[in-house]
Ligand binder design. Sequence first.
Ligand code: SF4
Ligand code: SF4
Length: 447
Amino acid sequence: MRPKKNISTLKLHHHKHTAASQSVRIAPPKEVLLPMTMHAGAPAEPIVAVGDYVRVGQKIAERGEKGFSSPVHATVSGTVTAIEPYTQADGRSVQIIRIESDGKMEKDPAIKPPVANDVEEFLEVVAESGIVGLGGAAFPLWGKLAAVRRNQIDTVLINGAECEPYITSDHRMMVEHSDLIVKGVEILRKWMKSKRFVIGIEDNKPDAIVKLREAFAGDTSVEVLPLPSIYPQGAKQVLLYNVTGQVVKGGQRLASLGVIIINVSSLAKLAQYMEDGMPLIDRIVTVDGSAVKEAKNLVAPIGTPIEHLFEQAGGLNCEPGKVLIGGPMLGIAVKSMSEPTQKATNAILAMTEKEAKTFEPTACIRCGRCVANCPVSLNPAALARAAELEDEDQRFIRLQEYSIGQCIECACCSYVCPAHKPLMAQNLQAKRFVKKYKAEHTTEGRN
Ligand code: SF4
Ligand code: SF4
């Protein structure tokens, strides 16, 4: 049952300057850089060689063998110039394929609409589409839909919340391509046998709500649900609770509740792919921030260097203090303008020095704001103290006691902390520590 009161956390300034900005397809960049790790799961494995000529939509890397994975496709036509290691903005060293564009955007002639005769064939064609969660998680879409093998999926929550400030790429997808969202629902109805669809949209996007209500008029299985514009409304656990009243526990699969959550742009891309067979090769990226001359929504080939995107937005009006891939709450700061966009890149932001000002953390004053603003009722201050314990056994025990695994990595705690403590960053590190500790101690146990 839907709760009377939403889990409410942060009311942020929306800064959705590009909400009315029609998305514009850009001229192809001179080069794209395509990491093999643009998705959750095993890295993709290159199947092309340096010197090969590739066309738009051609598969250039297979799904990795281990676990979930996703293929990678050429996003421009041109020549493969390198397959090499690359250090990303998040510090990870990954393999990339570089393609020098010939500017022609020549389509792979082998591309045709996929055919599926049963649900297994459907999952296989979705896996080959390269579509992942475009809202940020980058979980391979086929992996999510594969829940249908084990669970009856009664309800599909379509996530159109887009709760981070500045970002309007899902918003534009809903306004400009409501037809694809209708087709996406039909596809899921056919293959997932789902009976109920709820499209959750923050109420700061009234035109998207109107558009989708018109598109689904008369279809009683689809509800277009306005949600309060409160961060982090689009987080899986928050959306689930606010729409259905259900709670997913740490380690529990959403599908075991008969629910899956799909980002609205991922659904539109699925519909497009089932219609024409073109895999995921581009997406809408919001280009904004106080250092950007003309904030815009641009349709860009995946792998486009961010420098090219800023140029397409009229360039920068000053030397930026900070450049982010993603939104201001969860985005990653980048040092190099040659950093490429990835499948889940919904925005790039360039902030002035003034806006980008950072503060040195000071001692916790036990004000409790982080606790009051955690959407999943954790105690971030206690987690931070636990993470600082020298003794690894004690650290592990305390982090488990304070339920580190439940942290949804939303950054609400860091945002409200008057001591400017990097609480979410500490939680990410603590999660890595817990994973490593468990792996080491399990191995020791077996030996
Ligand atoms: S918000 Fe910051 S200062 Fe306040 S209790 Fe939490 S960690 Fe301490
Ligand atoms: S980052 Fe984790 S601990 Fe901090 S507010 Fe979000 S869920 Fe709570």
